[in-house]
Design a protein around this ligand. Structure first.
Ligand SMILES: NC(=O)c1ccc[n+]([C@@H]2O[C@H](COP(=O)([O-])OP(=O)(O)OC[C@H]3O[C@@H](n4cnc5c(N)ncnc54)[C@H](O)[C@@H]3O)[C@@H](O)[C@H]2O)c1
Length: 261
């Protein structure tokens, strides 16, 4: 799929790494421009340096609204405005309601949910000035259904999905679309630790009907479609991209059970 992003500018939070970086790379290699808003100065700066006329990197903590406003301002001064935002900054977290440190709950909600609110809040005035735009929030399959031991992450990602629906409703009349993308297991630095725990990655991928991990580029293809005019009738909804992982209701595989008898 080839989308021409000539004349279009995007804010990409978490754009230094993984899914966000794959989106940035697609935009830059398809004639678009973007501001990478991330904390990882080394990696984000290096990505921006590869496309000096099309990318800018700004050290941005998504828990700070004023830093996202500065990133949007940079999009305006460097590229003349903003056509959309891809909100991919996020962290993982393990822990149950009973045992997780309370500070960790607040930190995950601040980054994974409030960070998305901040980015949308900063971007919407610029999108209005353009007469519309597209916001793509990276939620998770873990926002659609629950995991064992992911209390804060499950809550934050479910929040992102419903926040996206409300943005879709509130800003449709202004030509602003909002969609949430819900990945399953994607091989990125965020999930790299899985491979270090004996048997965990095999167990995880063994549950994926398409029998492989997703790549950042798999997700980027969906995101850039949602940014593009080809998705002009899609708003206020979520789209799962998980190789089929979330399609089972977790009951036994009866045909496989009989076949093994
Ligand atoms: N990898 C997966 O399997 C998977 C699955 C479902 C959802 N997701 C979601 O996709 C998004 C991207 O994840 P990824 O796998 O590409 O991870 P990643 O770790 O490769 O990238 C996340 C980026 O977010 C940045 N970041 C973290 N905290 C930040 C903050 N406070 N301010 C600004 N930037 C910050 C990091 O520096 C990093 O560059 C996340 O929201 C994650 O929850 C990932």
């Amino acid at each position: 799929m080839d989308i021409d992003f000539t004349g279009k500018t995007y804010l990409v939070t978490g754009g230094a790494s993984g899914i966000g970086a794959a989106v940035v790379e697609y935009i830059a290699t398809h004639q678009g421009t973007a501001v990478i808003a991330d904390l990882n100065d080394e990696v984000g700066g290096a990505l921006a340096a590869r496309f000096p006329t099309q990318l800018r990197y700004l050290h941005t903590d998504v828990t700070r609204l004023e830093q996202l406003e500065a990133a949007c301002e940079l999009a305006e001064t460097a590229f003349g405005g903003l056509d959309g935002a891809v909100n991919s900054a996020g962290i993982g977290s393990l822990g149950t309601v009973a045992d997780m440190p309370v500070e960790e709950w607040h930190s995950v909600i601040n980054i994974d949910l409030t960070g998305v609110f901040h980015a949308c809040r900063a971007a919407i005035p610029l999108l209005r000035r353009r007469g519309g735009g597209s916001i793509v929030n990276i939620a998770s399959l873990s926002g659609v259904r629950a995991d064992y031991g992911f209390a804060a992450y499950n809550a934050a990602k479910a929040g992102v999905i419903n926040l996206t629906r409300t943005i879709g409703l509130d800003h449709a009349a202004e030509g602003i679309r909002a969609t949430a993308v819900c990945p399953g297991y994607i091989a990125t630095p965020l999930t790299a630790g899985t491979g270090m725990i004996d048997g965990l990655l095999d167990d995880w991928l063994g549950r994926v009907p398409l029998q492989r991990a997703g790549t950042p580029e798999d997700v980027a293809q969906l995101v850039v479609f949602l940014l593009s005019p080809a998705a002009s009738y899609i708003t206020g909804t979520e789209i799962v991209i998980d190789g089929g992982l979330g399609s089972s209701n977790n009951q036994p595989n009866i045909p496989a059970f009989f076949a093994a008898m």
